[in-house]
Write a protein that binds this ligand. Structure first.
Ligand code: GLN
Length: 273
């Protein structure tokens, strides 16, 4: 008999992943599966479960198989047109929330929003902020819009290649998790990254090309006193701080993620035009 217990045990996958797939298809909680582990699984569900097991065994990311990923305590729709939201990026969101909280009407721009994880989380936790998000990919923007709608977050989306098609405006905060992986980094051929949109991961250059572009243009889109915060790679903090200082940013600093890695850097635009 195909019981919950035997199907999970024979999946060939780590227990957690097998349970996530079975729970997703049956639309039941983990607690339910534990309490009902000798229940049999209906044939139709079993076919869907086996198909998802097969996809996972061939390396496809869980977030694409399930079509969703939790981030900042919210569930985001994900598909192969967007980068999968990562726990590392919660540091950038927390930094943004700190800057925008208790400042009604404060404005934020999230560049290269992808799934919308950053912009939608900030809009959710700071509902009085005015949040705009851009991406060059129409497919990504469709996912981001759906996430904003599902989570009841108010975000204005703009299709734009970095600053190219943005409406004129001055923000209190610009954030971005841009593609920052060096084109020759072997991680691009490993794990989940093999299935993610390459243009969301790498600049096809030295890893700093998108970051340079964002920093160079930020002054034109920031209020005097506004902040720019960027996520970057584990070994890029010093370079990003230098780029920020060379561009005229003040109060430049980096912050460490939960693994102790300098994961984001930012600075304040004190020049008024
Ligand atoms: N942090 C991601 C990784 O190393 C990369 C995300 C990005 O390029 N913005 O897998």
């Amino acid at each position: 008999m195909n019981t919950v217990r035997s199907v999970i045990a024979q999946s060939g996958l780590p227990l957690l992943e097998a349970r996530m797939i079975v729970g997703h298809v049956l639309n039941v909680s983990r607690a339910w599966m534990i309490a009902h582990d000798s229940d049999s699984i209906a044939a139709g569900s079993l076919v869907s479960i086996q198909e998802m097991f097969r996809r996972r065994l061939s390396g496809e990311p869980m977030a694409y198989i399930l079509g969703q990923r939790e981030f900042m305590g919210l569930v985001f729709k994900t598909n192969p047109s967007v980068l999968i939201p990562r726990p590392d990026t919660e540091l950038l969101v927390e930094t943004a929330i700190d800057l925008l909280q208790n400042r009604p009407g404060a404005t934020m721009l999230d560049m290269g929003t992808g799934s919308g994880a950053i912009a939608v989380s900030v809009a959710h936790y700071c509902p009085q902020a005015a949040v705009m998000a851009s991406d060059t990919s129409a497919e990504a923007l469709a996912v981001a819009r759906e996430n904003a709608q599902n989570l009841g977050a108010r975000v204005v989306f703009v299709e734009s290649d970095w600053y190219e098609q943005l409406p004129v405006g001055k923000f209190d905060l610009i954030v971005s998790n841009p593609p920052y992986i060096h084109h020759a980094d072997s991680h691009l051929e490993q794990g989940d990254l093999r299935f993610e949109p390459p243009q969301a991961l790498t600049d096809f250059s030295d890893g700093l090309a998108a970051i340079r572009k964002i920093i160079a243009g930020a002054g034109g889109f920031l209020q005097a006193g506004g902040w720019l915060w960027l996520e970057h790679g584990w070994d890029q903090a010093e370079s990003v701080r230098s780029l920020l200082m060379e561009a005229g940013f003040a109060n430049v600093e980096s912050r460490r993620d939960l693994s102790g890695i300098e994961r984001i850097s930012g600075g304040q635009w004190v020049i008024s035009e």
